[in-house]
Ligand binder design. Structure first.
Ligand code: ADP
Length: 444
């Protein structure tokens, strides 16, 4: 097993000095979610299935035993603490493990069990007597490849003869090396290089091809084309699987180009709503004034944990220093940190080690911290045209209807920003009440 740690892909480490923290890095967010996720994401929607051959029976499984897996693989699954298949796995696993193999396009939000599903498929299809690459998994970054590799290693813990190798930048394997590992996980560019230039992998012998994080993949220059070049060299009987957390048209078009005759499985995302959230605003003169209002709120109610959003890194830093000087335990989550540093800050916050997390847009987008009862918009989210950014507002404050807890949201508003707040109120058709920060009794 490889342990080489090459340089981080440029996309992850955002060290630019740009103050506007509004470049969403899909790969970094995805990795962050993986690093902090400890359990399945619940969903109240039904799984939608579109079969390649609608007349063939549709199987779903409620237990892992029904899948008739190798003993050592089943042991690995139980050792990971999985009791039964997730919603998406109930439908996807029978298709993925069918004979003859079926192709699949699967879309569901992150945390619903896609990785575990395809890792299981790869592990179950490896012939341990054959010492050459048999399963190939493409991932958008080195770190994401490594995360998948870790799942292979954990789930395959008792499959002692199955081995993984990473085809990633920086993992230098001399030309002519006899690659005996059966599962290869890598980024498209390096995999292409290993297959065509250095002839380390014989694509005609691949049985399972996985394209993970298709939405992140197509977001990266060149990866779609490279993936398609790899796919074109696979044998026709190779099983092809594609996974994505989101499914815009562009992902769909790519999926259809790269996966022939697919079955399609979709699990809709839980919608965010503002229904369970009581929203308030406080009118302020300036930044100092906002800070004072924040302190009043903070002192006025006993709260669990709070996340405070700022529009710029500079504001976030300023606020962090102010709060620290006033003796609050706060941590700052900002875009210039590495993904590992961000993950550890979020982890500490989730463990309750800090009560307040101050952050900018990018960092907290798509990262759920369920136990937070209070969200503060120290600055309202606006776009470049200085119009309200409704989507970001909803992402910061909204909860999923069925699983979300009740919450409180406070908006700190300079007088000239009041029209923006009114627009937000109208947009969501939900009321945002004015609050006198001197009088916390108004909060029901
Ligand atoms: P995705 O690839 O959709 O983001 P993962 O496969 O990474 O989802 O699963 C999300 C989390 O849930 C991981 O921590 C994983 O170990 C766990 N998980 C996956 N499948 C199951 C299952 N059947 N039972 C319990 N936990 C599971």
């Amino acid at each position: 097993k490889t342990t080489t740690v090459p340089n981080v892909d440029g996309s992850i480490n955002n060290t630019e000095e740009d103050d506007e923290d509004d470049v969403v890095d899909l790969a970094a967010n995805s990795l962050l979610n993986k690093l902090i996720r400890q359990s399945l994401v619940e969903s109240s929607h039904r799984v939608e299935v579109l079969q390649k051959d609608p007349s063939s029976p549709l199987y779903s499984v409620k237990t892992f035993e029904e899948l008739r897996l190798k003993e050592e693989l089943l042991k690995g699954i139980y050792a990971m603490g999985f009791n039964r298949p997730s919603k998406i796995q109930e439908m996807a696993l029978p298709m993925m493990l069918a004979h003859p193999p079926q192709n699949l396009i699967a879309q569901s939000q992150s945390g619903t069990g896609k990785t575990a599903a395809f890792v299981l498929a790869m592990l179950s299809r490896v012939n341990t007597l054959e010492l050459f690459p048999q399963c190939l998994c493409l991932a958008p970054t080195y770190e994401l490849a490594l995360q998948t590799g870790r799942v292979v290693e954990r789930m395959g813990k008792f499959c002692v003869d199955v081995q993984v190798m990473y085809a990633i930048r920086g993992n230098h394997i001399p030309r002519g090396t006899d690659v005996t590992k059966q599962i290869i996980i890598g980024t498209p560019g390096t995999v292409l290089d290993w297959c065509f230039k250095r002839k380390l992998i014989d694509l005609t012998k691949i049985r399972v091809f996985v394209l993970d994080e298709a939405d992140v993949m197509i977001d990266t220059q060149g990866f779609s084309d490279q993936s398609i070049r790899i796919q074109r060299a696979l044998p026709s009987e190779c099983q092809m699987l594609l996974f994505s957390a989101t499914f815009e048209d562009s992902v769909w078009q790519f999926a259809e180009r790269i996966i022939p005759d697919p079955n399609v499985i979709k699990l809709r995302k839980e919608e965010l709503t503002l229904n369970n959230i009581r929203q308030y605003y406080v009118l302020c003169e300036n930044r100092k004034d906002k800070y004072q209002a924040l302190c009043n709120i903070y002192g006025g109610i006993t709260i669990g944990q709070a996340i405070i959003f700022c529009q710029t890194r500079r504001n976030a830093k300023w606020l962090t220093v102010e709060m620290m000087q006033d003796g609050h335990q706060v941590s700052l989550l900002s875009g210039e940190l590495t993904v590992d540093q961000r993950a550890s800050i979020i982890q500490r916050f989730r463990d309750g080690k800090e009560k307040v997390l101050i952050t900018t847009n990018v960092c907290a987008r798509g990262i759920d911290v369920k136990q937070v009862t209070i969200v503060v918009n120290f600055d309202l989210p606006v776009n470049q045209a200085e119009e309200p950014d409704y989507e970001t507002y909803l992402h910061r404050i909204g909860r999923t209807g069925r699983f979300g807890k009740k919450g409180l949201a406070f908006n700190m508003i300079e007088v000239d920003k009041l029209p923006l707040l009114m627009k937000i109120q109208d947009h969501f058709n939900s009321s945002i009440k004015q609050l006198d920060p001197e009088d916390m009794d108004e909060i029901e």
